[in-house]
Design a protein around this ligand. Structure first.
Ligand code: CP
Length: 368
């Protein structure tokens, strides 16, 4: 398959049709060009680690279901492509015709503020047609199955389905039964791959690298799909990951994923380059994982004093939504080391890159 940007529009040929098929491992990039619509052929990138040319690989799979199994090359391609798309959001007219004529269904069966709006903005900035579909507006509340819902959506010939679902594996199930490209926007306790990618984009933008960084991830480790996706991504990229939470919210299998586990927050943040706080997911907890939120804050909440144990240039992330005064103090969340809102900004560029690459776009994005 080949893919080029003509006047900012994605042109593809010979696209693989089979569900679950793989992409050609390498593509020749189209020549760089400049047009009225695309703007600069090569955009100014934020600080990033010096590295060789973007490798000529793209995503091997036609779906993005999780970070588990993605290679470092695939992750690099998404992050490098997102750098190119970040520039679009700084323009007066924040739109390129790259996905004109494509239809994307945002199928959100769980609440979302950031992910859903971020995907929708990303799709609109790429000129895709979007359909938003939530639990309360769907016939799922009348008892329709996920498969029947998906088949009916497919009958309207969308190109991509972005799905958030309370059941782990729901995106994988759709991928087995649908022709569309499936993007996991969070499935149960399992994975939230675009969150991990935007976190990595944010960290790399600030630190210039991922390899060798000490990343402390603290909070409700049991129910966090953000944690799992971040562990897979960060370990693949060579970061050192330490996780910390109450024993009642720490699954035993985490050590098998190659991370250090501690129940003491001071130990976790000691010397950290990056601190990522996770939300306490009260709605997923069946009962008494900890006595009170005040006790949780006393033992595991990130305060300014605790953050001082980290490196002087530490950055602090949180995927949101935050429980202020429970897992994080407002003075930290709104303080000088917080990059929480930058994560949200970067989410649009990362999702533009994912949509573009899954549609067959050339690695590197608008630059190529
Ligand atoms: N980070 C995240 O997934 O937030 P939402 O639940 O608001 O989408």
């Amino acid at each position: 398959m080949s893919a080029t940007i003509e006047g900012g529009r994605l042109q593809t040929a010979g696209r693989k049709a089979a569900a679950g098929g793989t992409r050609a491992a390498a593509r020749r990039p189209a020549p760089a060009r400049r047009t009225e619509e695309t703007g600069p052929a090569r955009v100014q990138a934020p600080a990033a680690e010096p590295r060789a040319e973007t490798p000529l690989v793209s995503l091997k799979h036609r779906h993005l279901l999780g970070m588990q199994g993605l290679s470092s090359e695939e992750i690099e391609v998404i992050l490098d492509t997102a750098r190119s798309f970040a520039e679009v959001s700084t323009r007066t007219v924040k739109k390129v015709p790259t996905l004109r004529g494509k239809t994307v269904v945002n199928f959100f069966m769980e609440p979302s503020t950031r992910t859903r709006s971020s995907f929708e903005i990303a799709e609109k900035r790429l000129s895709a047609d979007t359909l938003n579909f939530s639990l309360s507006q769907s016939s799922v509340v009348k008892g329709e199955s996920l498969l029947d819902t998906a088949r009916n959506l497919e009958a309207m010939a969308p190109d991509m389905i972005v799905i958030r679902h309370k059941a782990s594996g729901a995106p994988h199930f759709l991928a087995r039964h649908c022709r569309s490209n499936i993007i996991n926007a969070g499935d149960g306790w399992h994975e939230h791959p675009t969150q991990a990618l935007l976190d990595a984009f944010t960290i790399r933008g600030k630190k210039g690298r991922l390899k060798g960084l000490r990343v402390a991830i603290i909070g409700d480790l049991m129910h966090s799909r953000v944690l799992r996706s971040n562990i897979f991504l960060l370990k693949t990229m060579g970061a050192d990951v330490v996780v910390c939470g109450p024993p009642t919210l720490t699954p035993v299998e985490l050590e098998r994923l190659g991370v250090q586990v501690t129940f003491r927050i001071d130990e976790a943040v000691e010397g950290a380059d990056v601190i990522m706080m996770l939300r306490i997911q009260r709605e997923r907890q069946k009962g008494g994982a900890f006595p009170t939120t005040r006790e949780y804050y006393n033992l595991f909440g990130l305060t300014v004093e605790r953050a001082r144990r980290a490196k002087p240039d530490v950055i602090i992330l949180h995927p949101g939504p935050m429980n202020r005064g429970v897992e994080i103090d407002s003075a930290v969340a709104d303080g000088p080391y917080s990059v929480i809102l930058e994560q949200v900004t970067n989410g649009v560029a990362v999702r533009m890159a994912v949509l573009y690459l899954l549609a067959g776009g050339t690695p590197g994005g608008l630059a190529d």
